[in-house]
Design a protein around this ligand. Structure first.
Ligand code: MEV
Length: 389
C-alpha cells in the first residue's frame, strides 16, 4: 500500500514563554525527540478515517480535524485516510507535541495531495489553490485574521502538478500549525512552537527584525487582547558543546489553561504587564548571549527568566524541585512551555550528572543535543493519494 511519512521535532523554550504571546521576544530550540506521522488510504469501504487503527474521533484530535478540513476536505471528495502517529514526545508537557504533530501531519497531507501551480515555478504566488488559514474556508483559525495569512489562488489557470516532498512547503506547514494552535489555545498562541517544530535548530521570535540571524517571515494574529505581530528568525547553532536535559514532572498541564490564567491575571492587574515586559528584556539579553556563543550568560538568563515565571504564577513546587536539583551541574535551568506542571529544562555541559540529579529528585529525564533538524518528509510516493479537481 502506498504511504507517506513525515516527522517533526519537539521543542524547548529557552526564554520568553507566556511573554511571547503578548509580542515579546522568545527563543526555542528543536529537540532530538520527534513525532512521526504515516498516512495511507484506508482499506475499508466506509467513509470513516482511521487513527492508529481506530475510527477517528475529531473531538479527541482537533488538530488533525482542522488540518483535514483544510487539506483533505470530504466536501471535495477526498478519500478517507488511515493515520498512524508515533513518537517520543510526551503530550501536554510543554515540549511542543501538538505543534510537532500538526507540522508533520500537514506535510504528510500536502505530500499526499500534491499541488497545482499556475506556471512552472514553484513559489507561493503560483500556488493555484492559493493559501489561507481563514476560518471561513478552513475552520482552523480564529475569525478576522490579517490579510497576510491569505494568498488568493487562480484555480482556473492550473499549469503544472507537483507531488511528494516537492509539494511540501515549510512555511505553509508552520502557518497551518500556528492556526491550529491558536484555535486550541482560545485564540492566544504565538508561532513559537509551530515555527520551531517546522524549521528546527534554534528559532528566535522578536518584536523587530534582529541583526545577525536569518529572518524567515512575520506572523500576525488577532488575539482576544488585540493584534500581535512577531518576526521569526532561525539559525543553526555552531556548537555541540552544550546539551539540554529535560525533566518531566509527570503532571499534565494543558497550555490553554495556563495561557488563560496569565491573561486573567493581567486583566485583573494590568500593572503586572511589567513582569511580562521584564521577561522580554531578559529574552533580548539571552538572544545576544546566544549569538555570541556565551552559554554561561545564556544559562544565567534562563535562571533569571525562571524567577519571573515564578512571579507570574506558572511554576509549581514539582518544577521548582527539579530546577533546584539541576542547578549545581548546569549553566541555568527553568520551566519550559506553559508551566503548571510539564517539564523543566537545564542547559548543561555535563548531561549525565544533570540528568542523574533530576532523576534523584523524582523527574523523568530526556537528553537532547542543542538543536535538531526540522520537518522532514521521510517517505513519499510520486503518485498522489488524491488529486483535487
Ligand atoms: C507554549 O509552548 C508557550 C506559551 O508561550 C504559549 C505560546 O507561545 O503560544 C505558553
Amino acid at each position: 500500500m502506498q504511504h507517506i511519512t513525515a516527522s517533526a521535532p519537539g521543542k524547548c523554550i529557552l526564554f520568553g514563554e507566556h511573554a511571547v504571546v503578548y509580542g515579546h521576544p522568545a527563543v526555542a530550540v528543536a529537540i532530538d525527540q520527534r513525532i512521526n506521522v504515516k498516512i495511507e488510504l484506508t482499506k475499508s469501504s466506509t467513509h470513516d478515517w482511521k487513527l492508529d487503527g481506530l475510527i477517528f474521533d475529531p473531538k479527541k484530535h482537533p488538530h488533525i480535524e482542522a488540518l483535514k478540513q483544510r487539506l483533505w476536505p470530504t466536501s471535495l471528495n477526498a478519500p478517507p485516510l488511515s493515520i498512524n502517529i508515533e513518537g517520543q514526545i510526551p503530550t501536554a508537557s510543554g515540549l511542543g507535541s501538538s505543534a510537532a504533530l500538526s507540522v508533520a501531519a500537514s506535510a504528510a497531507l500536502r505530500a499526499a495531495r500534491g499541488r497545482w501551480l499556475n506556471n512552472s515555478i514553484n513559489s507561493p504566488e503560483n500556488w493555484a489553490e492559493g493559501f489561507s488559514s481563514r476560518i471561513d474556508d478552513t475552520d482552523v483559525h480564529s475569525n478576522n485574521q490579517p490579510k497576510d495569512s491569505i494568498r488568493e489562488g487562480k484555480l482556473g489557470e492550473k499549469v503544472k502538478f507537483i507531488t511528494g516532498s516537492d509539494a511540501v512547503d515549510i512555511d505553509e506547514c508552520a502557518l497551518l500549525a500556528h492556526a491550529v494552535e491558536a484555535i486550541a489555545q482560545g485564540g492566544r498562541a504565538s508561532p513559537m512552537d509551530s515555527s520551531t517544530c517546522s524549521h528546527g535548530h534554534v528559532v528566535v521570535l522578536s518584536d523587530s527584525v534582529e541583526e545577525g540571524i536569518e529572518w524567515q517571515y512575520s506572523r500576525k494574529l488577532i488575539t482576544p487582547e488585540g493584534e500581535r505581530e512577531w518576526q521569526i528568525h532561525a539559525f543553526k547553532p555552531p556548537t555541540n558543546e552544550v546539551y539540554l536535559v529535560i525533566g518531566n514532572t509527570g503532571i499534565h498541564a494543558p497550555t490553554s489553561k495556563q495561557v488563560e490564567k496569565v491573561a486573567l491575571m493581567l486583566k485583573n492587574n494590568p500593572e503586572r504587564m511589567k513582569e511580562i515586559e521584564t521577561i522580554g528584556i531578559i529574552a533580548k539579553r539571552g538572544i545576544k548571549s546566544l549569538l555570541n556563543g556565551d552559554y554561561e550568560s545564556v544559562g544565567r538568563a534562563m535562571s533569571e527568566n525562571q524567577l519571573m515565571l515564578q512571579s507570574i504564577g506558572v511554576s509549581s513546587p514539582e518544577l521548582e524541585s527539579l530546577i533546584q536539583a539541576a542547578a549545581p551541574s548546569s549553566l541555568g535551568a527553568k520551566l519550559t512551555g506553559a508551566g503548571g506542571g510539564g517539564c523543566m529544562v537545564a542547559l548543561t555541559r555535563d548531561p549525565k550528572t544533570t540528568s542523574e540529579a533530576i532523576e534523584l529528585a523524582g523527574g523523568r529525564t530526556i537528553i537532547s543535543s542543542f538543536g535538531a533538524r526540522g520537518l522532514t518528509v521521510e517517505e513519499a510516493t510520486e503518485t498522489p493519494l488524491w488529486i483535487s479537481s
